[in-house]
Write a protein that binds this ligand. Structure first.
Ligand SMILES: [Zn+2]
Length: 425
């Protein structure tokens, strides 16, 4: 089976933070041809596509968000005929730079080069701490490239090997491609449903496109946002075992009600389709665009596929290498998106989370009596231990755990987002 066309085309295009035009043009052109899809760029060049066809009245649709950039270079200036000074945008550790091969997207196509001078790294603030980011990288090139040209690591076009897709940058082009594939599938089968898709820019330098979308009000405030990512594979998840319900990232834990909704739709899909599978995990290898949306009061959650060679760092060979994902994870993620777009009930705050309640009630009905016995001190009380009602006594009086609504705890995140915007040049 070949790589699906949408995925292959997008993984072949050049992209870097603030230099996403090739990917954006492809997405906009393809979406514009789809029936029941409305498409528009926002004030900051993020692309919004909305699929809407006979949606049930009063149903709340989701927004799925993926970014269109990947860590890469942008040429600042030519130093001499054979050397340029480039800025690297994104998180790649400095030891991967010396001698690494680079390719620039110049007027006449790709121009290959090599990192000449070891990169100087600067510590820049990250949402969850700080990260070394090489700037001012000197690169030797055999042909001229111009200021503003973008560069990527010199890795081959996408290939499929052993069920895996290897590419110059899966993060997050594979996520964006999965969303486009979903729109194409919905449009082709004229499915009844509704879904917002937001393709953002410049995530790799700190969600800058998403922050622009928040400021521009690109997505209505009542629409829950799901960040779609490829996320560094971690112990506890398996590539090929299905897409991952991402319950949080390195900066935040996501909205419980929305997370329960995403999981219900996945569970129901798995019951209908025995070949569908998903995993559930706190993917704290990095941060994602749920964090900026949470910081500004949106309900937000996440779905991702596990990514190998995160940010092109092949940690075994200690060299730059292609990123890779499992093709079946990607395909099953597309199925999950379609199910979310067409889910009859849609998202209702806490409705899916409340599905847990009947199971809790059942357990309570079965064991409440034993709990009461223990309080009477008849069984299992160690000598010398304090008797009588402990802190759990509240359970018996029907006291409820505190609510989970409200964005107050994300206020700290918001301060970090603000400082990021103000320190951007
Ligand atoms: Zn990334």
């Amino acid at each position: 089976m070949p790589i699906p066309k949408t995925l292959k085309d997008l993984l072949t295009l050049p992209t870097a933070p603030f230099a996403e035009s090739a990917v954006m043009r492809y997405l906009a052109r393809t979406c514009a041809r789809l029936p029941n899809v409305e498409v528009a760029f926002d004030l900051y060049g993020n692309l919004l596509a909305v699929y809407r066809h006979r949606p049930r009245r009063g149903r709340v649709a989701l927004a799925l968000v993926a970014h269109t950039d990947h860590p890469g270079f942008v040429v600042r200036e030519r130093i001499d005929r054979r050397t340029v000074r480039a800025e690297f945008r994104g998180g790649v550790r400095p030891e991967y730079f010396p001698g690494a091969r680079v390719r620039f997207w110049a007027a006449r196509g790709w121009v290959r080069g090599e990192v000449a001078a070891p990169a100087r790294a600067r510590q820049v603030p990250d949402v969850a701490g700080s990260i070394g980011r090489p700037e001012d990288v000197r690169i030797r090139v055999p042909e001229p490239v111009a200021a503003g040209d973008l560069g990527m690591w010199d890795l081959p076009d996408p290939v499929l090997r052993g069920g895996r897709v290897y590419a110059r940058g899966c993060d997050d082009i594979a996520g964006a491609a999965a969303l486009l594939q979903m729109l194409q599938n919905l449009a082709r089968r004229r499915a009844a449903g509704e879904i917002y898709v937001l393709f953002t820019r410049a995530e790799e330098v700190g969600f800058v496109g998403a922050l622009g979308a928040v400021r521009a009000g690109t997505l209505p405030k009542h629409v829950p946002v799901v960040s779609i990512e490829t996320s560094s594979v971690l112990p506890g998840v398996t590539q090929g075992a299905g897409p991952i319900l991402r319950v949080g990232d390195r900066a935040a834990v996501f909205h419980p009600g929305l997370t329960a909704h995403l999981e219900r739709v996945a569970r129901e899909l798995a019951e209908r389709n025995k070949r569908f599978a998903y995993q559930r995990k706190l993917m704290d290898g990095g941060t994602c665009e749920a964090a900026p949306f949470l910081a500004y009061g949106y309900v937000a959650g996440g779905i991702c596929v596990a990514l190998g060679n995160y940010h092109n760092m092949d940690t075994q060979r200690k060299k730059i290498g292609p990123e890779y994902i499992s093709l079946s994870d990607w395909q099953r993620m597309v199925q999950w998106f379609e199910a979310l777009a067409c889910d009859d009930r849609g998202y209702e705050d806490a409705a899916d989370a409340a599905l847990l309640r009947p199971r809790m009630e059942e357990r309570w009905a079965r064991y409440a009596e034993l709990l009461a016995e223990a309080l009477s001190g008849s069984a299992g009380t160690a000598p010398g231990r304090r008797r009588g009602p402990g802190p759990e006594a509240g359970v018996a009086t029907g006291a409820r755990p505190p609510g989970t609504r409200g964005g107050g705890d994300h206020g700290q995140l918001r301060a970090t987002m603000r400082s990021r915007v103000s320190t951007r040049r």
